[in-house]
Design a protein around this ligand. Structure first.
Ligand SMILES: O=C(O)[C@H]1O[C@H](OP(=O)(O)OP(=O)(O)OC[C@H]2O[C@@H](n3ccc(=O)[nH]c3=O)[C@H](O)[C@@H]2O)[C@H](O)[C@@H](O)[C@@H]1O
Length: 387
């Protein structure tokens, strides 16, 4: 047996690694200090909700929706604590923000207990959302949905903060009704490859309401339908970024299935405005946030090809390939957004064509941009960026 592989041996390199970890941990503790909850100083919920300078925690803040939300909240003048495990979320998605004084970035996996952060509101968006990512480690996805959500709820409880949970259209499964109203209970396969996400989000909704029931915690549930836009990396794996990235690279657009699956794609700024309106509202039941314009997947392919052609990428006509449809891929997904219109006064405003054009321009602009490693690690698995 190679003695170097036995676990009780401590090699010199490990000693120095441990030392570095301790130093990083101390540094991180110093950075965390200002967020440690002091109950006597804590403002009441009502007094802080109308302020523009709230401290807001965005879990999953380096993800596609999270990074767009952080951007928006910073522009609104809030202090933002961005928390992300950076397993799916990309450091590059927040590189342009890290120098801002009112942003703090923490590397933290929400399945681990959370330090006492003092915040007024929590947007809990931390979970891989692309089937490619959430199916890679279904156990971790389930843990993130259940344990992670419970850790966020406990944090909200300690702070007396309002928490918005990002649920999903996937909780309706392969829907038997269309469009899907919030009252529809869904048609979900509890053991298929998507179940870790679908059932995970369902149990997380249930957990949010259990906390509301038991502890009067103030929760908001947004069921988000197929968002896309700038900030969704080419590697995301969802259809819009896959199609646009393929078009930019002059590759065929690959449809999984026969192209007849129906989705409704919402542009990211519409989604963010839906989330912030929901957070500011008094409505605590689940609410659909989506665009109700129907689009078959093959129609989306044509929209992307048209946009690419307009932008000077030629020769894409009929460059579509087909491959096997994923198991349990929902046939027909369309949000019923009457409730969001009525209760939040919200409806999507960006057309599919405009949104695809903007996303196309963004993906084109970041081609060749390499990731800059601005986020420093700490030994405890938490990271703080210098503000
Ligand atoms: O973005 C979302 O809101 C949702 O995206 C996925 O749900 P899905 O609708 O399956 O999203 P995509 O992976 O983008 O697939 C949409 C359709 O396009 C097809 N597709 C996907 C990728 C691709 O390269 N080509 C392609 O034809 C899929 O088979 C599916 O029919 C996730 O499962 C949800 O968690 C998430 O909430």
């Amino acid at each position: 047996m190679n003695p170097c592989t036995t676990s009780h041996l401590v090699l010199p390199t490990e000693v120095s690694t441990r030392h570095k970890q301790i130093l990083r941990y101390r540094k991180q503790q110093r950075c965390l200090e200002k967020y440690i909850l002091k109950l006597e100083n804590y403002p009441t919920r009502n007094s802080c909700l109308s302020c523009r300078d709230m401290k807001i925690l965005v879990a999953g803040g380096a993800g596609f929706l999270g990074s767009n939300l952080v951007n928006h909240l910073l522009k609104e003048g809030h202090d933002v604590v961005l928390l992300d495990s950076f397993i799916v979320g990309l450091e590059s998605s927040i590189n342009h923000l890290v120098d801002l004084p009112n942003l703090t970035v923490l590397r933290h996996d929400i399945t681990k207990p959370l330090k006492d952060l003092r915040v007024d509101q929590i947007y809990h968006l931390a979970c891989p959302a692309s089937p490619k990512h959430y199916q890679r480690d279904p156990i971790k996805t389930l843990q993130t949905c259940y344990i992670g959500t419970e850790n966020m709820l406990k944090c909200a409880l300690r702070c007396n903060a309002r928490m918005l949970f990002s649920s999903t259209s996937e909780i309706y499964g392969d829907s038997l009704v269309s469009p899907q109203p919030e009252s529809y209970f869904g048609n979900v396969n509890s053991y298929g490859p998507r179940s870790c996400y679908d059932e995970g989000k369902r149990v997380a909704e249930s957990l949010c309401y259990a906390y509301q029931h038991m502890y009067k915690l103030d929760v908001r549930i947004a069921r988000i339908f197929n968002a896309y836009g700038p900030g969704m990396p080419a590697s995301d794996g969802r259809v819009v970024s896959n199609f646009i990235a393929a078009a930019i690279n002059g590759q065929p657009l690959n449809i999984t299935g026969d192209g007849s699956a129906v989705r409704c794609f919402q542009y990211v700024t519409d989604c963010i405005s839906g989330l912030t309106k929901l957070m500011a509202s008094d409505y605590s039941q689940p609410i659909n946030i989506g665009n109700d314009r129907l689009c078959r997947v093959d129609e989306l392919a044509h929209v992307v090809m048209e946009v690419a052609t307009k932008n000077g990428i030629l020769g894409l006509d009929k460059r579509i390939t087909y491959s096997e449809r994923p198991v349990d891929d929902p046939d027909h997904r369309q949000p019923d957004i009457r409730l969001a219109r009525e209760v939040l006064g919200w409806s999507p405003v960006v057309s599919l064509e405009d949104g695809i054009q903007k996303t196309f321009e963004w993906l084109l602009s970041i081609q060749g941009t390499s990731l800059r490693g601005k986020v420093a690690k700490t030994g405890a698995g938490l990271v703080s960026l210098p503000s």
